[in-house]
Design a protein around this ligand. Sequence first.
Ligand SMILES: [Zn+2]
Length: 130
Amino acid sequence: MGIVYCGPYADLIDSYDHEGYADRKLPGGKVGYVARCSCGWTGSTLFEPSEDGREAAGDEWDREHLQPLISEAKRAWHRWADRTGGALQNVANLVRDRQFGHASRVLGRLITELETRQRVVEGLADGRDE
Ligand SMILES: [Zn+2]
């Protein structure tokens, strides 16, 4: 059982692809805990083989891997807005060119994206832990 981030940015970082855990199985016969993520990321520290070590490995995953993912998602709002604006221009061009089916598919994708972004903002407005 690992740790899965459930905060407002969960959807944007695909948090279920980043389940963190303290791993005891180490190559080379060393004993201890190392931080790992289900995406393949591995921490660089070997922690002592105790409950404290296990917790420290979880903390390392949070600090060195999860928090940078969240920070990147926080910084990406304007890039997302620029991309989305471009996609909306594309929809206008498609409608102008009477490619209504294509325009509808692009709009459907955008609506899904906007709903995701709305959930993030609602989570932030509710003051949920970031
Ligand atoms: Zn990960």
